[in-house]
Design a protein around this ligand. Sequence first.
Ligand code: CMC
Length: 437
Amino acid sequence: MNAKKDAKQTFTLTDNRSGQKYELPVVSGSMGPDVIDVRRLYNDTNCFTYDPGFTSTGSCGSKITYIDGDNGVLLYRGYPVDQLADNSDFPEVCYLLLYGELPTPDQKKKFEHDITYHTMLNEQLTYFFRGFRRDAHPMAVMCGVVGALSAFYHDSTDISDPKHRMIASYRLIAKMPTIAAMAYKFSMGQPFQYPLNDLTFAENFLHMMFGTPCEEYKVSPVLSKAIDRILILHADHEQNASTSTVRLAGSSGANPFACISAGIASLWGPAHGGANEAVLNMLEEIGDAKNIPEYVDRAKKKDDPFRLMGFGHRVYKNFDPRAKVMEKICHEVLNDLKIEDEPLLDIAVELERIALEDDYFIEKKLYPNVDFYSGIIFKALGIPTSLFTVLFAVARTVGWVAQWNEMIEDPSQKIGRPRQLYIGETARKFKPLHKRI
Ligand code: CMC
């Protein structure tokens, strides 16, 4: 961990049971809250820390992404995400996340070329899709096919070799859109579309999704620009559930394809990346603006599991900067596509208004998050609901691989192995079956 460790900065912990005091080092990063280094705590005190959900735990040092949740700040390698979404493009952001700096024109050209020339899948892999049911959820297909990449690309699974790690990273970034589009084509019963090397990353994705061999598919610049910006907004997000899953899986030395497959599984949940799909399902269920108060009331009830999907965030307690850009993109896309009457957007806007004025949401600091608007954009772009989270996975792959590489290069890296507070039975004697009546 490359951070400032000032010998004078310590945190004193008093064990009120014994009166014993312990000095714990305090470590400062380049920005954000200090951390108390508790690595010696168990050795010194015979106590663990207890933090279910890791609400107060920093699991690693990282130079990739910075979030200030109180002020709605999100930086990739120091650059604000809204500036990147407005001025950069997704391949450039991939380079930035992987290498730490924006590329020079030559570096950008080479990177784009290298990613483009890894977009094709081993043909044998295409048979995997045929093993799934046509109505399989595309995220289920993604978990399976991405995990299976390790059975094909043996020349990039030696994680101790930086070259192998980078080839695996490029392969994952490049092949994810191909796999995602194939999962869609399979569900539609349409032939797979192979990548085209003269298209950009976003254009290629749209071509593989919506093109058919029957006619030329002209990629709309509006759509490809919107996809590119959405990919940027989702590219990384610090130590969230799926990224922590990738790091934890990777900490045992597992190969990168298996680790990213684990990340996809974690992303799928509705509290995480699955929320974009859940938002659209919720808006459809609400059906009419007049029903909003009923759903807002349900979201506030303790005994009702319903939550307003697309609202709230573990870290953002003011606003989610991604949601701000997403809202802008949403209006641009609907304007560009001349969609004037989008009932779901009307419900979304009204829902946002009502929730933001509601004491419950104000008190708990629950604001629209990135997933609130992304579903409406995806719908307007003609992307089927079940593919929303897949798109999130396509974008987040670069964040996952950047974080995975950083973890492997970190000299303080160890296998991740949390401890627990045991609350089960104390030791007891085995009872033979005939006595258990
Ligand atoms: N609707 C109603 N109440 C909520 C909501 C919501 N969307 N989110 C949080 N709360 C309440 C929650 O019931 C709790 O109340 P209390 O203090 O009375 O127990 C309080 O707010 C704090 O919530 P929490 O669940 O302890 O907070 P968390 O940090 O563990 O969870 C979250 C964060 C994002 C999982 C949660 O806000 C949520 O489930 N939101 C809906 C799903 C969603 O939109 N997820 C996408 C997150 S952004 C994209 C991504 O990271 O993938």
